[in-house]
Design a protein. Sequence first.
Length: 374
Amino acid sequence: MNMPASSSKVSEFDRRMMAAAIRYSFRHLGRTGTNPSVATLIVRDTEAGPVIVGRGVTAIGGRPHAETEALAEAGELAKGATAYVTLEPCAHHGSTPPCANALVAAGIKRVVAATTDPDHRVSGKGYAILREAGVEVLTDVYKADADFAMAGYLMQRNKNRAHVTLKMALSADGKIGRKGAGQVAITGEESRAATHILRAVSDVILIGVETALADDPELTCRLPGLESRSPVRLVLDSRLRLPLSSRLVQSAATTPVIVATTASPDSAQYRALSDAGCQLMASESADGGIALEELLDDLAGRGYFTVMVEGGARVAQSFLKAGLVDRIVLYTGPDAIGLHGVDAPLDADDIPDGFRLADTLFYGRDVCRIYERI
Ligand code: AOF
Ligand code: ZN
């Protein structure tokens, strides 16, 4: 089927290319620092049909940008081609000239883009540079999917806070564990691996101190090959009950631990945790607890744009009540817990208003539903 990549309307082929570009953009998710992980595909019409002549994804660390990589691969073949970009090409002079100018200089004649860059140095200006140079620009193609892929970046730019994913595993009867039983297996191997991948692409994993005390988790990414991708671990611990002997504190030297607390910096435990290598973040809200929104602002300010809340029920409830959950990843296992089960703060029949079901995935015998704030 020869579908030209040159029409002035968004075609089915354009959509397919954009879907591929968005999937490709996940390649460096969580590894581009404060830059979003963006992808570019350069497609040229040939007698044999359209051919991808250049591919690029934002490099690890955030530079070079996706367009630079894709144009380098395409070389002369970029002349007259279409570029599929998951984010509006930049218009500012960073350590290299703007990507919008680079696309023009390379002779790209058509740009299909997924989402506008909210960065004030770019927003709309990237498209304007292209259009002024006579490049045809089509925007908002699969915008929701691109926004999903770079949700952390967009949240930081638009609201100046970190993006929150609430992850929960529920038994078939809607429980998250059994009272006094510590960690109970609810989901299978495949879901566990998927969770570790979620950890690997998050900047921060957050739990409450109750979970740290009950389960003594390590919260690292332990998939073969991805061990170095463990995120920062953060414990909400207003009264500093986190034991120095916990796995978290014991591993603080290799994988950072942040303890958010309302305790005084003069307290002995504050100093002890700090001496053990934890970073302490002082916080206080009107009710004496940890101010969650402030915490998320503070994290974004430190360059942490994505937070995954992993437990327990009380912490989940606090984020939900504060309206600070942006995405819910809900695994449901095949077995019931029955007696002494701990109720979940929500289940698939009881998702708060304002969320849409974005995806349903099947891992072994488990179902994973992803809900996205509308
Ligand atoms: C693009 N392509 O692949 C990415 C873009 O510090 P700098 O100079 O790298 O600029 C960071 C900004 O670049 C970032 O806020 C966002 O506006 C844009 N990211 N742009 O054209 C890319 N990652
Ligand atoms: Zn750029």
